[in-house]
Write a protein that binds this ligand. Structure first.
Ligand SMILES: [Fe+2]
Ligand SMILES: [Fe+2]
Length: 137
């Protein structure tokens, strides 16, 4: 299922884990609405949540980048580049005009993409800085 929190996402950094969980929660809400298969048009509802996801994602990325700069993490650029790409992807979704025609399918594809991206980012790139922080503390 998309945006499901798993034990292996834990980096054992309190505030970061909390933010990652919140990201997953927002994404999961979008997913749960997108899979409801009834007659209602849920476009606006989903877009509102995706907007919320974008805002919270920006907040989290900025928090992470500032923290990493403070600790002089040498791979901060790799983080920044990946973060930028993700924000670009969410932005791209919010500005798509054709999304209304093929709604459910497109939205589910997007949510699936965002979900996979964030999970692998946490497990690869974020895990790297978590290891680094452990060595300097
Ligand atoms: Fe993160
Ligand atoms: Fe990150």
């Amino acid at each position: 299922m998309a945006f499901e929190w798993k034990e292996r996402y834990n980096l054992n950094i309190g505030e970061i884990d909390k933010q990652h969980k919140k990201l997953m929660e927002i994404g999961k809400r979008a997913y749960e609405i997108a899979i409801i298969d009834d007659e209602y048009d849920r476009y606006d509802e989903i877009m509102t949540i995706l907007d919320e996801l974008l805002e919270y994602t920006k907040y989290h990325f900025e928090y992470e980048e500032n923290m990493l700069k403070q600790y002089k993490y040498e791979h901060v650029h790799a983080q920044e580049e990946e973060h930028e790409y993700y924000i670009y992807k969410i932005n791209q979704v919010s500005s798509r005009e054709d999304i209304d025609d093929n709604q459910r399918k497109i939205i589910l594809e997007i949510i699936d993409f965002l979900s996979q991206w964030i999970s692998s980012h946490i497990m690869l790139e974020d895990r790297k800085y978590a290891m680094f922080l452990k060595t300097i503390k």
